[in-house]
Design a protein around this ligand. Structure first.
Ligand code: NAD
Length: 339
């Protein structure tokens, strides 16, 4: 039996607990939260009180013989907690972002290399049916080579979302705003199809949460992926100042046509075709909020399968390196006002 602990019993911790308890051969044995009463409620809700309850990761690791920990805490805790687990030889499944500074990312890479534990990052949207469909359409080749892309994340976050959390909206606790938190998944998908930018130019602002948060509520980035006069390029825009959580839109323009992912649908056409063909992902029940996507369960299940089979995990640390460093480049460009 694989013995698992979850640290951070808030919103997303619930989705992890639900997913873990559904995997055969895996047992949720311990839960921890700085607000101990949350961990107690969690244990009662997901394990009928069987999971041991802790107020800190350090105590949980001292008292329990765990094989895997899930890190579902605020951004600034991710790396210190992951390193703590990896140093003990425990495997770690960690929520995004993988780090909030370049130095932290390097530290994590080193800790993973030295550990016999494995590390998986929760970029669950890579597992969405729509993501697979776009990849399949591109692979079929009818649309030709990808020439560029655009992506829009236009969501709504109210002041209470930040003020009541105790960690969101602060540079030292969240590491940034809409880019590192809400839209990192969409940037990850865009880069999945476009590769590594050779040039990035970005701007960010705080439009509707001035005086409430110390990070950006809006970011826009222009990226080039090849050199030359007509480079492969992308436009990226993300905001939490919109009126509602509109479905994420990501489009790739190709030599012979276009493919667009919007929410649960994929639209595609060649330039010769008059209308878009529309493909819809089958309806699934999503634990948690619908805009988190439906990939959590598949992403977590795959992590345990790879641990059991001793095979490479798709969302390992090297696989998120391009997304992480591009995100940091976007922040640097926006802060320093340079390419
Ligand atoms: N993959 C996704 O789509 C997705 C969606 C939502 C959240 N997240 C990520 O999950 C993480 C948590 O987000 P959330 O919305 O669940 O936040 P949350 O505030 O609801 O939950 C965080 C929990 O961690 C606890 N905590 C804080 N510091 C702690 C510490 N030092 N030790 C133990 N517990 C501590 C808090 O008390 C809280 O219960 C963030 O990294 C966020 O970006 C990912």
């Amino acid at each position: 039996m694989v013995r698992v602990g979850v640290i951070g019993c808030g919103n997303i911790g619930r989705v992890h607990a639900m997913s873990v308890t559904g995997v055969e051969g895996v047992c949720l044995c311990a839960v921890a939260d700085i607000k101990r009463e949350r961990a107690k409620e969690f244990s009662d809700c997901f394990t009928g009180g069987k999971a041991a309850v802790y107020g800190a990761l350090k105590d949980m690791l001292e008292m329990e013989e765990l094989d895997v920990i899930h890190i579902c805490t605020p951004h600034n805790c991710h790396v210190p907690m992951a390193v703590m687990g990896l140093k003990k030889g425990i495997s770690v499944f960690m929520e995004k972002p993988p780090a909030i500074t370049r130095a932290q990312f390097e530290e994590l890479l080193a800790a993973e290399k030295e550990s016999r534990g494995r590390l998986g990052i929760c970029f669950q949207n890579r597992y969405n049916e729509t993501t697979k469909k776009v990849s399949q359409i591109l692979k079929e080749g009818t649309l030709g080579r990808v020439k560029g892309g655009r992506a829009f994340v236009t969501w709504n976050r109210c002041p209470a979302y930040y003020t009541e959390s105790g960690w969101r909206g602060g540079l030292h606790t969240e590491g940034g705003g809409v880019l590192i938190n809400q839209s990192i998944h969409t940037l990850d998908l865009l880069l999945h199809w476009l590769g590594k930018p050779v040039r990035t130019e970005a701007a960010m602002s705080n439009h509707h949460l001035k005086g409430v948060i110390g990070v950006e509520d809006t970011v826009e980035a222009y990226m080039e992926f090849t050199e030359g006069e007509d480079p492969v390029r992308a436009s990226f825009y993300a905001t939490t100042a919109y009126g509602y959580d509109a479905p994420v839109l990501l489009e790739l323009v190709c030599e012979k046509g276009v493919v667009r992912l919007e929410g649960n649908s994929v639209f595609y056409r060649t330039w010769e075709q008059e209308d878009f063909i529309c493909w819809k992902a089958a309806g699934t029940t999503v634990p948690g909020k619908t805009y988190w996507g439906c990939g959590h369960e598949a992403c977590i299940r795959d992590f345990y399968k790879c641990l059991a089979d001793k095979t490479a995990y798709r969302n390992d640390l090297p696989s998120v390196e391009n997304t992480f460093y591009t995100m940091m480049d976007i922040y640097d460009s926006a802060r320093n006002k340079e390419r």
